[in-house]
Design a protein around this ligand. Structure first.
Ligand code: SF4
Length: 254
């Protein structure tokens, strides 16, 4: 893990900026769900997970109380992860379909996962102030993940979190033109494409609002976009190099 990410994750794990979430994440970890009464819960903020050289970022909402708040890794040990990781495996981003705990051998390639809020919120609903408190961590992740090309936002809160990130950078004046809709794609200032998806929560997957083929299609689309943006970047770099060569007084000597 690069030093910047190690340092960031240490800060995240010890963060206590949101009193309501600190109380909730620790209480859930103490009281536990009956099915997990023999587990030692993580009960802290959950840092991001994946490949620091990723071209694709998955931006989720927040840890699940008995999922990643228990296991300490995003989407690990709950129904959302059971739905998502097999899809990431099928589309070539994960080395295995299962995600049960931090020592299960799961590795991600070309994909990094983070969230708008890093502590489990009651009813899965972080407050605006809690999202604002957590936003600087997202800014630092975005600054460190230099190869990012595509942001897959899982749900409207994550979608807005990325737009707010661009506003904080001064790259976007208004988020009004960008409407959340499953499959919507926006090329945004800063060089990344934002791809919207329904969140793989039980509420969406059990009702058929988000099906496995729909989710597979999102990640296939993300892979295609990342590859085409890479090609475009390469072509632009080659064009720039050629123009620099022409302008260079040494050009004729080469
Ligand atoms: S949600 Fe973010 S800012 Fe708030 S306590 Fe957790 S890690 Fe800190």
């Amino acid at each position: 893990m690069p030093a910047w990410l190690d340092e960031l994750n240490r800060e995240v794990i010890s963060c206590t900026l949101c009193p309501r979430l600190v109380e909730y994440r620790e209480r859930v970890a103490r009281e536990k769900r009956r099915a997990y009464r023999d587990c030692e819960y993580w009960g802290k903020p959950v840092p991001g997970f994946g490949d620091p050289n990723a071209r694709i970022l998955v931006l989720g909402l927040a840890p699940g109380a008995h999922g990643s708040n228990r296991t300490g890794r995003p989407f690990t040990g709950d129904a959302s992860g059971k739905f998502m990781y097999p899809v990431l495996h099928e589309t070539g981003f994960a080395n295995q379909p299962n995600a049960t705990d931090r020592d299960d051998g799961l590795k991600l390639k070309d994909l990094y996962i983070t969230a708008a809020a890093r502590c489990a919120p009651p009813d899965n609903k972080p407050l605006p102030q809690e999202l604002a408190n957590c936003a600087p961590y997202l800014d630092r992740e975005m600054a460190g993940l230099k190869k990012l090309k595509v942001v897959v936002a899982l749900g409207k809160i994550a979608f807005d979190a990325y737009l707010h990130h661009l506003k904080r950078l001064g790259l976007l004046s208004s988020k009004a033109p960008y409407v959340f809709k499953h499959g919507a794609k926006y090329s945004l200032p800063g060089g990344c494409v934002l791809l919207a998806s329904y969140h793989p929560s039980n509420q969406n997957t059990q009702t058929g609002k988000l099906t496995r083929p729909m989710f597979v299609s999102i990640f296939k689309h993300a892979a295609t976009l990342a590859a085409s943006l890479d090609d475009r970047g390469g072509a632009q770099r080659r064009k720039k190099t050629r123009s620099a060569d022409k302008e260079s007084p040494n050009h004729a000597d080469r």
